[in-house]
Design a protein around this ligand. Structure first.
Ligand code: SF4
Ligand code: FES
Length: 225
């Protein structure tokens, strides 16, 4: 490495380990260089990070609030802790709130986090849950926003990050917000080219291939009979 490149390396401490990474590296990526995994939901390595889920929150000494590791970049001398009681409690509550409002039965990564952080999935049950009819308006995939954690990955992949199709946008408000099409059009009437990228990046069962969806539905129907 040339001395010029070396001048751009920053040194920081993560969980007591000294880490040296180039300026501009996020805390998430810096931690990964020394084998420290930080949990994420909305983050995807191929997409612009929007930092909407906050599961990646970490403690940065001197910062008033927890910081989202997927977007905050390292600074020289930074001291980061990724698994303190405060961090773990924040993650636990995020997971408990998600589990209370979203159907996560088909979200295996989130289920693993629920187990890892000891989240009590029934803690806030009784509040308002996300409740949508399944959008089944084309031969290729369905949209079930009862299972949507609003991570924005599908919107990002459909927009300038990958596909440049811009078929998806944001609709509704608060707990009933969802990924929408322009003017609520059925998918075949939008700019969607059915590339499948949105289905590929969805971390839950909210977007699913029609074949898989029909198979599951038929199996469930035959069990009821
Ligand atoms: S449909 Fe899937 S990818 Fe899109 S926002 Fe919801 S959970 Fe994320
Ligand atoms: S993974 Fe960082 S905010 Fe969602």
């Amino acid at each position: 490495m040339s001395s010029q490149e070396e001048t751009f390396l920053l040194s920081l401490t993560i969980n007591g380990q000294t880490v040296q990474v180039p300026a501009g590296t996020t805390i998430l990526d810096a931690a990964q260089t020394v084998g420290i995994q930080i949990p994420t939901i909305c983050y995807h390595p191929s997409l612009t990070a929007n930092a909407v889920c906050r599961l990646c929150a970490v403690e940065v000494i001197g910062a008033r609030t927890l910081q989202p590791a997927c977007v905050v970049t390292v600074e020289s001398g930074m001291v980061v802790n990724t698994e303190t009681a405060r961090v773990n409690e924040a993650r636990r509550v995020i997971l408990e709130l998600l589990a209370s409002t979203v159907d996560l039965r088909q979200a295996p990564e989130i289920q693993a986090y629920i187990e890892q952080y000891g989240a009590r999935v029934g803690r806030f049950v009784g509040g308002v849950a996300r409740d949508f009819n399944v959008f089944d308006d084309n031969p290729f995939y369905i949209r079930d926003y009862s299972q949507c954690v609003m991570c924005w990955r599908c919107i990002q992949v459909c927009a300038e990050d990958v596909q440049h199709t811009f078929a998806l946008t944001w609709g509704g408000r608060g707990i009933q917000s969802y990924v929408a099409t322009a003017f609520g059009e059925d998918m075949p009437d939008t700019t969607c080219v059915f590339c499948g990228n949105c289905v590929g990046v969805c971390p839950t069962g909210a977007l699913k291939g029609k074949v898989e969806f029909d198979l599951e539905r038929n199996t469930a129907d035959s069990r009821r009979e």
